[in-house]
Each structure stands twice: as C-alpha cells, then as structure tokens.
Write a protein that binds this ligand. Structure first.
Ligand SMILES: Cc1cc2nc3c(=O)[nH]c(=O)nc-3n(C[C@H](O)[C@H](O)[C@H](O)COP(=O)(O)OP(=O)(O)OC[C@H]3O[C@@H](n4cnc5c(N)ncnc54)[C@H](O)[C@@H]3O)c2cc1C
Length: 466
C-alpha cells in the first residue's frame, strides 16, 4: 500500500505505484526530488519518488485555516528562481489564477518602533545602490563584493558548492565585516538572515558570494502561489508515481543496479532499480547509505542545521505596512528573523479586509522553545513582534504554530572543503546520485537545479536498461 490521501487534498499518485523494479528511484519529494522525477519522466524513464510524508512537497507545506492560505515553509518565487520558473510555466501555473501570481516585492528592514527602510527587490541591484542604509564606504565595499562575485562566478554558478571549495576561507561575517562593519550589520547580515535563513557567522563566504551572484541583476516580479506553494508540488507530482509514507532504510549500489530497502507504512519491501537520486537531508542519508566509508558518514553526521519556529497570526484587519517581508536586524529584535505581511505578499491568500502576519523565529529561540507549549511560544513571538509592529496583536483572530527542525545546513568556514573531500570519496559511485540540500545552502530554486542536474547525470550515464 503506497497511496496516502489527506482529507480534501488531491492525491498525486495512482494505486500502489511501487513495483519490484523501476528505472530510477528518487528519494525525497521536496523541490529537488520532484524536479528530478519530472525531467526523468519527460525523458521516458520509469521513475518513482518515495517519501515518508503524508503528502508531496518536502518543506513546501501549506495549510488552509479559516480561508487563510498559510505557507509554513518556503513562500516566495523571486525572478532569480530561473530553474523553477520554467517548470511552473510548463505546468501551466505561471501568472494564472490560483497559480504563481505576481506578488509584492518590497522588503522592509526594521528599524524598531514600527519604522522600516524599504527596498524594492524587483531590482535589488538598484535598490542597494540607492539605499541610505549604508554610506560611501559601504557602497565601495559593495562594489568590492561585486568584483569578488564576478571573479568567483565560475565556481558559484553551480548550486553544488563543493565546486567553490577553494574560496571557502572565512565565514560570511568575517569576510564582509572586514570590508565595512556598518554594511555588514545594516544590510548583509539581514539579507543572509532572510534569504538563507542563518546569520553570517554560521555561513561560509561562499554562501554570500553565491547569494549575490544569484540575486543581483535579475530584475522582475516576485511571485507567490495563491493557493499555497504545496499546490505546485501536487501539480508537478501528477506527472509520475509517488509512494508516500515510504522511508528508505537502505540504499546500496551494485554492478547491475541499486537495491532499495523501504519501509512502506510499516511494511518492509526490497525493490531494484537501475539508478537512484538521493535528495534526503544529510542525517537521514547517513543512515541509509550503508556503503559510505566511515569518514563519509562522519561528514554527513557532522552537518548541523539551523532550526526555526513560526507563528502565523490571522488578523481581523490589515496593518499599515507596505512591505511584504520585514527583515529584522538582531540589534532591533534578536528573537525574530523576519516577519511576512501576507496580504502584501499575495492579497488573495487572505480573506478580503483581513491580514495575516507570519513570524519566523531565530535559531536560538527555536532551540530554547522547541518543547514549549504552543501558547508559550506564541506569546513570546507575539511580544517580540510588538517591538517591530506595535499594536498588531490587538486584532488577532487565530494563531497557528509550526516547528522546523532543519532549515539550512550551517556552513562554518571549511565546510565546502570537507564537502569536496566527501564528493571525491564517493566519485566512484555510478548509480547513486546526490542532490541533497547540504551541497549548498538551498532555496527552492537551487534545490530544483540540483534535482535537474542529477536527472541529467542519470540520463547521460547510459546505465538505464532499455
Ligand atoms: C521557514 C522556511 C522558509 C523558506 N522560505 C523559502 C522561500 O521563500 N523561497 C525559497 O525558494 N526557499 C525557501 N526555503 C528553503 C526551501 O524550503 C528549501 O531549500 C527546499 O525545500 C529544499 O528542497 P529539498 O528537496 O532539497 O529538501 P526538502 O524540501 O527538505 O525535501 C527532502 C525530502 O526528503 C525526504 N526524506 C528524508 N529522509 C528520507 C528517507 N529516509 N526516505 C525517503 N525520503 C526521505 C523528506 O521527507 C523530504 O520530503 C524556506 C525554508 C524554510 C524552512
């Protein structure tokens, strides 16, 4: 039994899609795995996706509460998502009613007490050049970073940052603070917080160079899925079978293929395939990739992820802010990373005349309150957000809590050098392809790109049976 259906939700897979043999097994139904399966299916490959969840999407999770569409994880598709946007278009969801519709593009940088400095991300390069958040020294430092990004473009173009190992010499904070401390505090750190989900001290310089390479110079509209980002996952998964409630317990490569041991809703099954693509996180992969060397497993287990707790707050009336997302410098409020004004992000995701504020906690708060009651966590995050948006909590209709154990892999300096070593250690694997989030600090777009690259590698390996 592999089919799982939640009340009122479309089921992406047909009855019992798991067979004894497949062309390719894709491990994980997040944006990476779904993109990989989509491209393989288009090439005529017998592909199946397996995932322990009750629905497809990985971190692309949405819920509907009282007519409010809540995205619990990823939420926006900026113009820089150049790998994901073509797929959205192919699925007929780009700029169509109920699909990925043009959304707000203003970032506000919170200054405390209800004040914000707004930046239009429709043209982030121009917004950064014009902003008063940094002085002349900061602008010169930005130009220097731009030059470094230009020199590094060959290495940071690829979402697999093992390619950029040689540049992994300092943390993002050490690198940028050295150029101009004010630029770092007022702009770089808050951008890293919002775009990568972690402070610059836990990220490599490589993450910053890649972020800027990807983000700058691609003006255009930001989009959001009116019916929630999970609608994209469900739509793409209509194209191939997905076996839900299915956990990979062992994946081993041999001369003629791969053997995959899965636990399907409590029942163990062994299936064969020509190849496999792995998109599961580092810690799960360390468990089921039993052919890893001791040092390979140690590397995967050494990867740490940031965590996050979110509270989504439905309000009976809109706030006066014009930004769709407020980035919160730690000096303004250390407990909150970002606040999304959902009505400004996508008017149609909240009922007319209403508002929803989504509050994203810092890693430290997530750790401290992980086991706390929802009420305690909600009270703490609402109190913190009152310092940013005073008075918003007078109009609360409902609150909805979500906890994320793994947001992004923390990449202290040297991490990508270790990654390159790890990849050299598994370079003799011919049939197991890795497209997981620890290859770089992913967003939905780089995850999509990793999945597509893995699909291409499988197709060019000539190891698929006819
Ligand atoms: C709060 C939050 C906000 C975000 N905002 C944005 C945003 O606005 N824009 C954006 O582009 N990105 C955003 N992201 C990042 C984005 O969600 C991730 O980069 C992306 O989901 C990574 O995709 P993935 O497919 O690599 O991994 P995932 O989405 O994590 O999927 C991996 C899948 O592997 C499965 N798996 C694990 N172990 C096994 C096993 N043993 N067997 C089978 N399957 C297994 C998991 O169940 C999971 O479904 C956000 C993330 C969070 C948490």
């Amino acid at each position: 039994m592999t089919k799982s259906k939640l009340p009122g939700e479309a089921t992406p897979n047909s009855e019992s899609p798991l067979k004894d043999r497949h062309g390719v097994v894709v491990v994980g139904a997040g944006p990476s795995g779904l993109a990989a399966a989509y491209r393989l299916q288009q090439a005529g490959v017998d592909v199946i996706v397996v995932d322990p969840g009750e629905d497809v999407g990985g971190k692309m999770k949405s819920r509907e509460v009282n007519g409010f569409h809540i995205d619990l994880g990823p939420t926006v598709v900026p113009p820089t998502h150049t790998n994901m946007i073509p797929i959205i278009k192919e699925l007929g969801m780009l700029d169509t009613p109920g699909g990925a519709e043009v959304a707000g593009s203003i970032f506000g940088i919170a200054q405390g007490g209800g004040k914000f400095v707004n930046l239009d991300t429709a043209n982030i390069a121009l917004a950064m050049a014009k902003t008063k958040l940094v002085g002349l020294r900061g602008k010169l430092a930005l130009a220097r970073i731009g030059f470094d990004v230009f020199r590094a473009r060959k290495f940071v173009r690829h979402p697999n940052l093992g390619n950029a190992a040689a540049l992994d010499t300092s943390s993002a904070e050490e690198y940028a603070r050295h150029l101009d401390p004010k630029l770092y505090d007022n702009l770089i750190d808050v951008l890293l917080h919002s775009q990568v989900g972690a402070p610059g001290s836990t990220l490599s310089k490589v993450d910053l160079l890649r972020l800027i390479f990807v983000e700058i110079g691609r003006p255009g509209p930001t989009r959001a899925f009116t019916n929630g980002v999970q609608s994209y996952a469900r739509k793409i998964a209509e194209n191939f079978p997905v076996s839900l409630k299915t956990t990979v317990e062992e994946l081993v490569e041999h001369k003629n293929g791969v053997t995959v041991t899965v636990n399907v809703d409590g029942e163990r099954r062994v299936i064969e395939a020509d190849s496999a693509i792995v998109t599961a996180d580092a810690h799960s992969s360390a468990k089921f990739l039993t052919q890893l060397s001791e040092s390979g497993r140690a590397f995967l287990n050494s990867i740490t992820y940031t965590s996050m707790t979110n509270v989504h707050v439905g309000l009976s009336k809109p706030t006066k802010e014009s930004a769709y997302m407020a980035l919160i410098p730690a000096s303004v409020e250390p407990r909150v990373l970002a606040v999304v004004f959902e009505r400004n992000r996508s008017q149609k995701c909240v009922p007319p005349g209403k508002e929803m504020i989504s509050i994203y906690s810092s890693d430290a708060i997530a750790e401290e309150y992980w086991d706390a009651d929802d009420e305690v966590l909600t009270k703490t995050l609402i109190e913190a957000t009152e310092n940013i948006v005073p008075g918003f909590s007078e109009n609360i209709e409902f609150t909805f809590v979500n906890r994320w154990p793994r947001v992004v892999s923390a990449s202290a300096p040297g991490r990508y050098k270790e990654l390159e070593k790890f990849q050299r250690g598994i370079s003799h694997w011919k049939r197991i392809h890795i497209a997981s989030d620890y290859l770089g600090n992913t967003n939905m777009d780089s995850a999509t790109s990793l999945g597509e690259i893995a699909a291409k590698d499988v197709l060019s390996s000539n190891l698929l049976s006819k």
